[in-house]
Design a protein around this ligand. Structure first.
Ligand SMILES: NC(=O)c1ccc[n+]([C@@H]2O[C@H](COP(=O)([O-])OP(=O)(O)OC[C@H]3O[C@@H](n4cnc5c(N)ncnc54)[C@H](OP(=O)(O)O)[C@@H]3O)[C@@H](O)[C@H]2O)c1
Length: 251
């Protein structure tokens, strides 16, 4: 896969840290130029420096994906800088509170669905329209293995990602004729800030480790191979599918 993405331009939301940063660096190593977007510009600029050091071109851009009015300007900035977009990774996602359904609020629901569903849907729609005019492209929607095995306290988070999976299937059907492939990437447990935030819950990390065949929590770099596969021509006949990277979650 060394130069598999040579000449391609990839936009990674939530590219400033965690899985998004790992995917962005992996794509740069594979030859792509990058757009790094998240809410905090300085953090995006930090990753941009790492990408430049790899010899690739990069645009760092602040964007809150839950604010729909910020999505088209992000795409405009991408086309102004690079004139094209080949790969969109809808990676930005949040799970700010682990609560049973009876304690969840309407505000929490709206916040989660804005960032995890609405933003990715409308960013993908805008990207697909533009990709169609440029000969096609690839969209990767980052969901979670929890879509297939939702657990207590994660109901709203898992259901938001289930909605994105459902939309992934429709995107694949509607945009296939436009030359746009759309697949989902479903991580299991990875050691990022999202996981670290839950570390203080007694027994949580131990429970997560024991939830999979590999008995561990993965490093962010371990998502890169699957993301590269979905972004490249290696998966050229795949659309509407889900790649699960979860260490073998036990039943
Ligand atoms: N880590 C896991 O074990 C795991 C498991 C399953 C699925 N996932 C999914 O994988 C994706 C990445 O997760 P992660 O673990 O890498 O998370 P993370 O470490 O918390 O990083 C989240 C990234 O998204 C950005 N972000 C957060 N809210 C945003 C918003 N409203 N608009 C734009 N960017 C935003 C953050 O940057 P700013 O703070 O600068 O905005 C950051 O770059 C998420 O969709 C998550 O649901 C993760």
């Amino acid at each position: 896969m060394s130069q598999e993405l040579e000449g391609k331009v990839a936009l990674v939301t939530g590219g400033s840290r965690g899985l998004g940063r790992a995917i962005a660096l992996g794509f740069a190593q594979a030859g792509a130029d990058l757009v790094i977007a998240s809410r905090k510009l300085p953090a995006c600029e930090g990753v941009a420096k790492e990408i430049e050091a790899l010899g690739r071109k990069v645009l760092a851009r602040a964007c809150h994906v839950g604010r729909l009015e910020e999505l088209e300007p992000l795409l405009d900035a991408t086309y102004e800088r690079f004139g094209r977009l080949d790969i969109l990774v809808n990676n930005a996602g949040i799970n700010p509170a682990a609560l049973p359904l009876t304690e969840a609020t309407s505000e929490l629901f709206d916040k989660l669905y804005a960032v995890n569903v609405k933003g990715p849907l409308f960013l993908a729609s805008g990207a697909a329209r533009r990709m169609a005019g440029g000969g096609g492209g690839v969209i990767i929607n980052v969901i979670t293995q929890g879509v297939f095995k939702p657990g207590p306290n994660l109901g709203i988070y898992c259901s938001s990602k289930a909605a994105l999976l459902n939309l992934t299937n429709v995107m694949a059907q509607e945009w296939g004729p436009l030359g746009v492939r759309v697949n989902a990437l479903a991580p299991g447990p990875f050691m990022t800030d999202m996981m670290r935030n839950a570390e203080q819950i007694p027994g949580f990390v131990e429970q997560i480790r024991n939830s999979n065949v590999m008995k561990r929590i993965a490093e962010p770099s371990e998502i890169v191979g699957s993301a590269l596969f979905l972004a490249s021509e290696a998966s050229g006949f795949m659309t509407g599918q889900t790649v699960v990277v979860d260490g073998g979650i036990l039943p």
